[in-house]
Design a protein around this ligand. Structure first.
Ligand SMILES: [Zn+2]
Ligand SMILES: [Zn+2]
Length: 306
């Protein structure tokens, strides 16, 4: 039981809750490793050649997946640049604004003074700002209540890596999903034979082989779920859209004669903006996203084109 005071609720108790999915996943990874290497390869497979091939392929997929998992988990996001931060006197002035127009004018002057390029607006038509971090939100920046920080080009907060997925680590996350998906498909396909044997010879099979059956179904279910997630995020990359934006459409500043504003510049350009043009880097954890993470190109469609 937590011995924290009431004020500590958002610190250690929340931390424990945040770490729980990560611990659960790491325990599952350890268990699947044990089942595959010891229960299946060492104790069940009789052919030495087959055992060596399975173990080699297993580790060739398992190690990159594990490295990507820790990279995605411990990656620290780029912060919103300091220029976007409000000084305490400016913030007090903003908070004492008596109307939306006055608030807009204060923020408009701040944007003009700093030469910021901001196309998105809040629902009331003003510039977006964060009262928690006390800063002006650049386009595509959102506040993550779990990380308690504003994340540039935020996609979502992933509980399985206990980290936000945003501008600097979105590609790492996609590579992690891809490596994990391939690993799970390999795992399920190579354990299938032994899973089937257990089910067909239930009475003579040893109970410890039940581990293989459970691991088969767990990895198969995970592989299918990861495939769906991978396809979903590929679609997001090709549409130049984040998960947050797919749930809540961004409000762009209204421009006379413009019917639609979007970040979507076409499949190829969108893909290159996120993953770069050099295919050598597509599957490696190196930052290839174009830009600085706070200013983004937009496409405007005029009324006649719709
Ligand atoms: Zn914030
Ligand atoms: Zn977060």
């Amino acid at each position: 039981m937590c011995s924290c005071d009431y004020d500590c609720e958002n610190d250690c108790c929340q931390e424990t809750l945040n770490v729980f999915p990560v611990v659960l996943l790491i325990l599952t990874i350890i268990w699947t490793y044990y089942v595959y290497v010891y229960e299946m390869c060492v104790r069940l497979i009789e052919s030495t050649t087959k055992c060596a091939i399975y173990l080699t392929l297993f580790h060739l997929l398992f190690i990159p997946f594990l490295i990507m998992y820790f990279i995605a988990m411990f990656h620290r996001q780029w912060l919103v640049p300091e220029e976007y931060q409000f000084t305490s006197s400016f913030y007090n002035r903003l908070m004492s604004a008596r109307s939306t127009t006055e608030e807009y004018n204060i923020l408009y002057n701040f944007v003009q003074d700093n030469n910021f390029l901001i196309y998105t607006r809040s629902k009331n038509g003003s510039f977006r700002y964060c009262t928690e971090c006390k800063l002006l939100k650049p386009d595509r920046t959102h506040h993550c209540s779990t990380c308690d920080a504003c994340v540039i080009k935020m996609d979502h907060h992933c509980p399985w890596i206990n980290n936000c997925v945003g501008f600097t680590n979105y590609k790492y996350f996609i590579i992690l999903v891809m490596y994990a998906m391939i690993f799970c498909f390999f795992y399920a396909s190579t354990t299938f034979e032994y899973c089937l044997h257990f089910c067909l010879n239930f009475e003579t099979s040893k109970l410890r082989q039940l581990n293989i059956v459970l691991a088969f179904f767990a990895t198969l279910a995970l592989a299918v779920a990861l495939l769906a997630l991978f396809i979903y995020h590929l679609r997001m990359i090709f549409n130049n859209e984040t998960t947050v934006e797919s749930i809540h459409d961004p409000h762009f500043e209204p421009v006379p004669g413009v019917s639609r504003t979007t970040y979507d510049k076409g499949c190829v350009e969108n893909f290159e903006e996120q993953c770069g043009w050099n295919c050598c880097y597509w599957f490696l954890p190196v930052l290839t996203a174009d830009g600085n993470g706070v200013e983004f190109d937009i496409v405007r469609y005029n009324l006649r084109r719709t």
